[in-house]
Design a protein around this ligand. Structure first.
Ligand code: HAM
Length: 410
């Protein structure tokens, strides 16, 4: 028996219904902020992701060569692709651009609960705004989208300027090595790397920065940074907006393109893979041949949100089973059409079963049976049976539709 590839999943109808419900809540949340959906290709030139995504992602990429000898990669994330699209298609559009996406990504990681090789991100990118209020908008937007789903989670907000100020005497490759340790909270590795660089003295300040939780302390540890006013403005906006968050200046983010504000969110009820959102301010466009436009954004790990929400039963729509005899079939087809035209799910027998067997099947799978024999067809009527209460009446199709509608969702 052929199995699905490791790290991928199949989704049965109940699960898909629950996923779509949650997706719809997120879509609705970002729509209210003016974010409009975009879509990019599932695979891109490998170079798009190798230019600035960082070591971690490069090792996890699905890379292949097509028949024309082009080096391609399945997208490990969407941000780089969205910025490529911006340069290709929308460079001259009025700024800022507010875009969102819901799409699958591929990373060759060791699969476990909440970590997959194919997973879905719900994300947004704000292109062309470089202000404190833009930083705050992206964080508030992520909070709105996640809160709309009902997950319980913690939001941590930071800014790379503090860490970068402490590391300013290091070369950028050395900075990245240090930040990679901080991103993974690998303090032992950090110590060894700093010792290697003869910078052991930095260890204490970095650890203090990671542990501090107020702006005042962070300024004390990292020294004055040019972004001071912007960071203060951003936190001021967040405080006034009522978003619940804590400051965390140890957030380094795994991807290399971030330049300023960074944030992450963690679900309360997940284990090791509890990060459900990550984002920040970044610059990528200039690397892909565009202008040096400032952007910010985030991606929510949709599958982790679903794991966190658990087995919520999707709200089921009312189901009508159309039960008919051979003589009633033509009329029954038109009645089924009328139910569907009113948005009601109506299912007909496809197995050439007798009336009794159709009825037995309907009582297992539907809320109502609409019974149409020769007599009903001739009179232009249907027998509507409520399969939960057993109550049954003979009515015109229009009245039967109204009764089913009044019943509402199960
Ligand atoms: P990221 O932190 O690499 O950021 O991924 C975003 C989220 O995707 C993570 O927080 C996590 O919830 C989810 N995720 C990552 N890998 C997996 C996996 N293997 N299985 C399940 N879920 C996973 C980005 O991708 C950036 N592009 C976010 C961004 C947008 N920054 C600016 N704009």
């Amino acid at each position: 028996m052929i199995q699905k590839p490791r790290g991928t999943r199949d989704f049965l109808p109940d699960e898909m219904e629950a996923r779509r419900n949650t997706e719809t809540k997120m879509r609705e949340a970002v729509r209210r902020w003016g974010y409009r959906e975009v879509c990019t290709p599932e695979f891109e030139d490998l170079e798009l992701f190798t230019l600035r995504s960082g070591e971690g992602i490069m090792q996890e990429m699905y890379v292949f060569e097509d028949k024309g000898g082009r080096k391609l990669a399945l997208r490990p994330e969407i941000t780089a692709a969205v910025i490529r699209m911006y340069i290709n298609e929308a460079k001259v559009a009025p700024k800022p651009l507010r875009w969102c996406y819901f799409a699958d990504c591929f990373r060759y990681e060791r699969p476990q609960k909440g970590r997959y090789r194919q997973f879905w991100q719900f994300g947004a990118e704000l292109i062309g705004a470089d202000t404190a209020i833009a930083d705050a908008e992206v964080i508030m937007l992520a909070a709105d989208a996640l809160n709309a789903t009902g997950v319980t989670w913690d939001l941590k907000v930071g800014h790379l300027a503090f860490m970068k100020n402490l590391l300013k005497d290091l070369e950028s490759s050395a900075q990245r090595r240090v930040m990679a340790h901080l991103d993974k909270k690998d303090f032992e590795g950090l110590k060894a790397t700093l010792a290697d660089m003869s910078k052991a003295d930095l260890g204490e300040s970095l650890t203090a920065l990671v542990e501090c939780r107020t702006l005042g302390e962070a300024f004390e540890i990292a020294g004055m940074i040019p972004e001071k006013e912007r960071v203060e403005q951003m936190t001021g906006i967040l405080d006034a907006s009522g978003v619940t968050y804590s400051l965390n200046f140890g957030i380094a983010r795994g991807l290399d393109y971030y330049t300023g504000m960074v944030f992450e969110g963690f679900a309360h009820n997940l284990g090791a893979e509890n990060q459900i959102v990550g984002g920040g301010a970044y610059r990528l466009a200039h690397l892909f041949g565009g202008d040096d436009v400032a952007s910010s954004g985030f991606a929510i790990g949709f599958d982790r949100v679903m794991v966190s929400l658990g087995d919520v039963q999707p709200k089921k729509n009312t189901i009508v089973g159309i039960v008919c005899t051979n003589e009633g079939r033509t009329f029954a087809l038109s009645v089924a059409r009328a139910f569907r035209a009113e948005g009601i799910r109506a299912e007909m027998d496809l197995m050439e079963r007798g009336l009794g067997a159709q009825m037995a099947h309907a009582s297992k799978s539907a809320d109502f049976a609409v019974v149409i024999g020769g007599r009903e067809a001739e009179a232009g009527q249907v027998t509507l049976k409520n399969l939960h209460s057993g109550e049954q009446k003979t009515l015109s199709p229009a009245v039967a539709i109204a009764e089913v509608k009044a019943h509402g969702a199960r």
